[in-house]
Design a protein around this ligand. Structure first.
Ligand SMILES: *Cc1c(COP(=O)(O)O)cnc(C)c1O
Length: 479
């Protein structure tokens, strides 16, 4: 099999036009002098090129993808259909409000759904990622303290938080106070009490945390923070464990971001658009970005009036296609949405129960939507080797070496969309790999052996990527 750039010489039956048909007069300095250097090939070669490319990758539509913290659930195709509906996908963002009532209504109703799910009072749909929403949250916290004439310079973040939390605090010039986890995987409440001071602007809690554990002291942490004038920020990228079961707003959180591209059914992981919406309690709503979608009588409009708004965090209204998918997803579950989280938690605990004797369980507690195993009994680099070998069994590896507080960590998030049969096959594969590690460690160390690309030198692959990979490298050559 040839790579597409090798076809050019011998094959001139493709679709490139000889004559240029340019009907617009362009300034001569921007007109191309040489022909575009793309191969001139048959339609079938183009189709094969792209189909082969698509088969080199792994996606949730191909197999089980238990990448912890990322919620790689199956995304029902009906949500894709909704997002592609012509009225949504061809809408110009500057269309007049009289022509966009349906889309504005969708955004307004999505905010209502999210308020209901989280217990918050208002939402911004603007941020394009979880990390960007955290940035917005901390900007709002700073604006809040500025308006009160207070200067607070610190953020309390447990060591089991997602890395974006301290990164965001640092970008916003807040000093991070790291609180260790206790023996149950909660933020050490004793240390928290010692370190909470009038300088602390906010407590950023990922809940359930990256160990997949719900912090058992959440309400006490909130109570103490509020007594101190400190705001409570919830990293709610992990809302997959909580839907319809408990609401961060009721636990004392003042702000929360949700990753629509994780919990609410937008395909992600390929670098495509995301949506990290931010919810706030009413006393912070005036700081949200403009414009906000509002409803007056039965008309929807975009409101630019808020004088205290921190401004925009991106163009227009956010990634609208993600709003449509999330709306469609939540709407199709309706009042049954609790089942999503019940099954996500059940699947995670089922796997944890079947695997905790083959590997070490960092915190032996019932987990939420994910859990963290340690493969330390199999030695150094075992988590990496296990992850690579899983690919040979047709599974995407779990997240490894994260959270940092667990040595040789394997962070597994099965999500609710997987069947018991799939989970059982995954357990079988991991147990098989565990025995391979004892009996044939050399095989595991060379894995993956069956994927288009074998084990890479990860540093070199990142620094000097070889983008001219050819299928024949792992196929038998004819010539
Ligand atoms: C994914 C994730 C984030 C970051 O979200 P992005 O959309 O990737 O920026 C933050 N916190 C947690 C807990 C996450 O899982």
């Amino acid at each position: 099999m040839k790579i597409i750039f090798e076809h050019e010489e011998e094959n001139n039956t493709g679709h490139l036009q000889e004559e240029e048909d340019v009907s617009i007069e362009l300034p001569s300095d921007i007109v191309r002098k040489e022909p575009l250097p793309i191969p001139n090939v048959n339609e079938v070669d183009v189709v094969r090129h792209y189909t082969n490319l698509s088969r080199m990758n792994f996606g949730v539509d191909i197999g089980f993808y238990p990448l912890g913290s990322c919620t790689m659930k199956y995304n029902p195709k009906v949500n894709e259909d909704a997002a592609r509906a012509e009225g949504f996908s061809n809408l110009h963002p500057l269309s007049p409000e009289e022509c966009t009532q349906g889309s504005l209504k969708l955004m307004w109703e999505l905010k209502e759904y999210l308020k209901d799910i989280t217990g918050m009072d208002d939402f911004s749909l603007q941020p394009s990622a979880g990390a960007q929403s955290e940035l917005l949250g901390v900007m709002i916290a700073k604006a809040h303290f500025r308006s009160k004439g207070e200067k607070r310079t610190k953020a309390i973040i447990p060591d089991s938080a997602h890395g974006t939390n301290p990164a965001t605090a640092s970008i916003c010039k807040l000093e991070t106070i790291t609180i260790p986890s206790d023996s149950r995987g909660n933020m050490d409440i004793g240390r928290y009490k010692e370190l909470l001071s009038p300088e602390v602007a906010l407590v950023m809690l990922t809940n359930p945390n990256t160990l997949g554990l719900f912090d058992e002291n959440t309400t006490e942490i909130s109570h103490l923070a509020h007594k101190n004038g400190t705001l409570m920020y919830c990293d709610g990228a992990n809302m997959n464990a909580l839907l319809g079961i408990t609401r961060p707003g009721d636990q004392g959180f003042d702000m929360i971001h949700l990753n629509l591209h994780k919990t609410f059914s937008t395909p992600h992981g390929g670098g495509g658009p995301g949506a990290g919406v931010l919810g706030v309690k009413s006393f912070l709503a005036e700081y949200l970005p403009i414009p906000q979608v509002v409803k007056r009588d039965s008309r929807y409009s975009l409101d630019y009036a808020s004088k205290k708004s921190v401004g925009r965090v991106r163009s227009f209204y956010g990634n609208f296609g993600m709003h449509v998918r999330a709306y469609s997803y939540i709407h199709s579950w309706g009042t049954q949405i609790r089942k999503v989280s019940e099954h996500a938690v059940l699947n995670a605990n089922y796997l944890q129960g079947l695997l905790k004797d083959t590997f070490d369980l960092a915190y032996d507690r019932r987990c939420a939507h994910e859990f963290v195993l340690s493969s330390r009994r199999f030695g150094e680099k075992s988590a990496l080797n296990i992850a690579k070998r899983l690919m040979d069994y047709g599974f995407h590896p779990p997240t490894i070496y994260f959270p940092l507080i667990v040595p040789e960590a394997l962070m597994i998030e099965p999500t609710e969309t997987e069947s018991k049969e799939t989970l059982d096959r995954f357990v079988l594969a991991l147990k098989k790999i565990a025995s391979e590690l004892k009996e044939h460690p050399e095989i595991v160390k060379q894995a993956p052996l069956s994927t288009p690309v074998g084990r890479l030198d990860e540093v070199a692959a990142a620094r000097r990527p070889n983008l001219r990979w050819r299928p024949s490298q792992r196929q038998t050559k004819v010539e």
